[in-house]
Design a protein around this ligand. Sequence first.
Ligand SMILES: C[S@@+](CC[C@H](N)C(=O)[O-])C[C@H]1O[C@@H](n2cnc3c(N)ncnc32)[C@H](O)[C@@H]1O
Length: 205
Amino acid sequence: MTQPDFSPAADRNKQVILDVLRKVLPESGKALEIASGTGQHVAWFAAGLPQWTWQPTDAMPTALDSIAAWVAEQGLRNVRPALVLDVMAPQWLPADAQFDLIYCANMLHISPWATCAALMQGSARHLADNGVLVTYGPYLEDGVATSEGNLSFDQSLRGQNPAWGIRRREDVEQEAARASLRLRARYAMPTNNLLLVWSGALHQP
Ligand SMILES: C[S@@+](CC[C@H](N)C(=O)[O-])C[C@H]1O[C@@H](n2cnc3c(N)ncnc32)[C@H](O)[C@@H]1O
């Protein structure tokens, strides 16, 4: 069995994110995770929200073994085998696949800006009427002083790849609106991150 990859950041933030998911989500449902990375988040959330079923995915085929290893280590039965899913693909999943939660953490700043429109459009296609998209990560916001930490993180991202960088929340909202999704809730999280909850017109809070 492959040794699971370990992200110290995912280990630090998994519980605070789960605490918000518990507030925001109903008791049970079907979740699609975009950009699962190591698989630490999906394993933690699936254990903490056992009435939910989880579909992890990542653009990188090399991520799948680590996700499977975390799921196996926890003995989880409510996580489906991880799939390769690049948000830029015109079709993500069968057209009738619907989810009550689409969750995407820490992808928008580590991928080209076009992934934001792709995330919003794909989520609009696959969210159930009452479903929510949850995004988590660092954002810049108009009228909110950017922390030193986020400024230097943004510079280091752009140094690694000029197409990367921390996104303006207002720009993300514009892409969401093009997909008929609206920002419903904003949670300030530790270390200058935000957890944002998005949904479509049919959503009943
Ligand atoms: C910083 S990691 C975040 C992993 C995990 N969500 C977390 O918060 O620990 C960014 C992830 O985004 C994935 N990613 C990048 N571009 C993507 C795309 N176009 N579609 C789906 N996933 C993508 C990468 O493969 C990587 O696993």
